[in-house]
Design a protein around this ligand. Structure first.
Ligand SMILES: Cc1ncc(COP(=O)(O)O)c(C=O)c1O
Length: 466
């Protein structure tokens, strides 16, 4: 009998055979580790646990959205809904999305789902046969690798980000992707996520157009995950893979309301794909979840236009919601710039990338991990152990690079979604002091003295938040 290795109490399982592939099912560490963070917090070991681990949004759902939901519930929209999403809801999404992406998207190209994530399984279950290969980004959002391994163990390939060892920077290079395609004949599916979790990197138009050329040459599908599409900084504009002529035919576009609209707990998303795929996804959806919550379908439509259902009217909340979330994005941008610069105060011990989008940064902690005191006294060997030490010994919650794939080794993922005054600013000051202590205890000279932290970070505070 094969017992899934992740089961905590292996004695609980009776003597029956269960799916052996469960041993290949990974996880999204943010959830499990989140529970550990909570436990440390309630233990009161630290006056405060600083939270840089969350994949959740900082702001709460805009009020107009909540009001539509309340109205829908008061109108007793509590029964089964349309399996694919009510036509008017999909029409509203299609209209908005067509304008946004500059490509014609019909209501038949859309399926409403319980959050963005559901599209991953739909795509894998529909497209992948036994001989097919799937390429996932490394580092990348871990659910892709986890589900691909679970369903198709041995068929998963990694598009590893190129690491410039001197600069400690990461980059997804198209030439590395092409090499994978040349070496592996039956690639059926590639996952591209931009803005990216965990790095916060944005993949721009030029690269996506180069990938589109590869799609034409090698004939494979793309899961294009742009769930953070509105959260881009520095004057950058998000560019969608489906905006490239012909690419909608090859794309499963995962999107939804979780991140842009601060609705992570609602579990509301949609997928845009060719009509034939949506028809298959719809059949799978009926078998899996029947339909998305009816009240939420109304919300999903009203965010983009007027909705009328069962004799009730729900006027569009598009403009007021956009105004609210635009402010959220400005706050993310400020926090991202602040955290990136604050971490770089300890260069070359910490080397942080620029905040380009989403609400993540993926600094290299390689030099911290190589410190004598860290290695020999604390016996920390990798970023997972460093993540644990930071939480359990210092009360700083982050995620480790390895939580996102082998290429993440030596990195720590910082989310800056949390509140600026409670977590981000004081947490950065505290973290820098903790790392300076590690540097000094190793007999090395830190670029900054502990006494200088308040002033130097204070300057950044003024630069970004004044
Ligand atoms: C890259 C990426 N894709 C998909 C998801 C899942 O989104 P949802 O909460 O809508 O299922 C996440 C959530 O963290 C994500 O980071």
């Amino acid at each position: 009998m094969q017992i899934p290795k992740f089961l905590t109490d292996k004695n609980l399982i009776p003597n029956v055979t269960i799916n052996p592939n469960l041993n290949y099912l990974g996880t999204e560490t943010a959830f499990g580790f989140g529970a550990e963070v909570l436990a440390v917090e309630t233990s009161k070991k630290f006056p405060q646990v600083y939270k840089f681990h969350v994949g959740d949004t900082g702001p709460t759902t805009p009020e107009p959205i909540i009001n539509v939901a309340i109205q829908a519930l008061k109108n007793k929209m509590t029964k089964y809904g349309h399996f694919q999403g009510y036509p008017q809801v999909r029409k509203n999404i299609a209209k908005y999305w067509s304008e946004l992406r500059g490509v014609e998207i019909k209501p038949e190209n859309i399926l409403l789902e319980p959050a963005g994530k559901s599209a991953i399984e739909l795509a894998l279950q529909t497209l992948i046969t036994q001989e097919d290969k799937i390429i996932v980004q490394d580092p990348g959002y871990p659910v892709y690798e986890s589900l691909a391994e679970f369903y198709h163990h041995g068929q998963v390939l990694h598009w590893q980000a190129y690491k410039d060892q001197e600069k400690q920077t990461l980059e997804f290079r198209v030439e590395d992707l092409e090499k994978l395609l040349q070496e592996n004949k039956q690639v059926k599916l590639l996952v591209i996520n931009t803005p990216q979790n965990p790095t916060g990197m944005v993949i721009g138009r030029e690269k996506l157009e180069a990938v589109a050329e590869l799609v034409k040459k090698y004939q494979f599908f793309v899961i294009f995950d742009d769930i953070y599409d509105q959260i881009v900084f520095g004057g950058r504009k998000h560019f969608s893979f489906i905006s490239i002529p012909g690419m909608l035919d090859w794309t499963v576009n995962l999107n939804g309301y979780s991140k842009n609209y601060a609705m992570t707990g609602w579990r509301l998303g949609f997928v845009v794909a060719p009509v034939w795929l949506i028809e298959i996804f719809g059949r799978l959806a009926i078998n899996k979840w029947s339909n998305v919550n009816k009240m939420e379908q109304i919300v999903a439509g009203a965010i983009y236009g007027d909705v009328e259902l069962d004799g009730f009217k729900y006027p569009s909340i598009k403009d007021e919601v956009q105004e609210i979330i635009n402010k959220d994005f400005i706050e993310y941008e400020k926090k991202g710039g602040f955290v990136s610069e604050a971490l770089n105060l300890l260069k070359p011990f910490i080397v942080c990338n620029e905040a380009e989008g989403a609400f993540y940064l993926f600094p290299s902690f390689t030099r911290v991990l190589n410190l004598k005191y860290v290695k020999e006294d604390l016996k920390i060997e990798n970023d997972v152990q460093l993540r644990n030490w930071l939480l359990y010994e210092r009360g700083i919650a982050t995620l480790s690079g390895l939580d996102f794939g082998g290429r993440g080794a030596g990195h720590i993922r910082f989310s800056y979604a949390e509140d600026r005054n409670r977590h981000i600013i004081p947490g950065m000051k505290y973290l820098l002091k903790v790392v300076i202590e590690l540097i000094e205890k190793s007999g090395e000279v830190a670029p900054l003295k502990i006494e200088e932290v308040e002033v130097r970070v204070g300057e950044l505070e003024k630069k970004y938040f004044a």
